[in-house]
Design a protein around this ligand. Structure first.
Ligand code: FES
Length: 101
């Protein structure tokens, strides 16, 4: 496992999902009341950009066909998606968010 710097924590406001790229890897960062979650940025159904999705509490709603994913663990709560979103472990160090790759 390698820790990779992803972004500054203050670039992800509470409740506003943001996408960051590391090379070709697209990572969605969600700030839920100061706790950060890092997930795959594309929906597992047909690849919608989840940064354009809506956050309803701790549930992320896909902008294309409305699949619901739990932010904490990427689990599918409502289809059509069937596969969960990949979750990246993260740590905050001195105002920066790092993810494990
Ligand atoms: S692309 Fe997300 S539900 Fe279809």
């Amino acid at each position: 496992m390698t820790q990779v710097k992803l972004c500054k924590t203050d670039s992800v406001p509470v409740g506003e999902p943001k996408q960051f790229n590391i090379g070709e890897l697209e990572v969605l960062v969600i700030n839920l009341k100061g706790e950060f979650f890092c997930l795959a940025a594309r929906c597992t159904h047909a690849g919608a950009p989840l940064a354009e999705g809506k956050l309803m509490g701790d549930v992320l709603v896909c902008p294309w066909h409305g699949s619901n994913f739990r932010v904490m663990n990427g689990a599918v709560l409502k289809g059509p998606a069937e596969k969960p979103l990949k979750v990246y472990q993260n740590t905050v160090k001195e105002d920066y968010l790092f993810i494990e790759l």
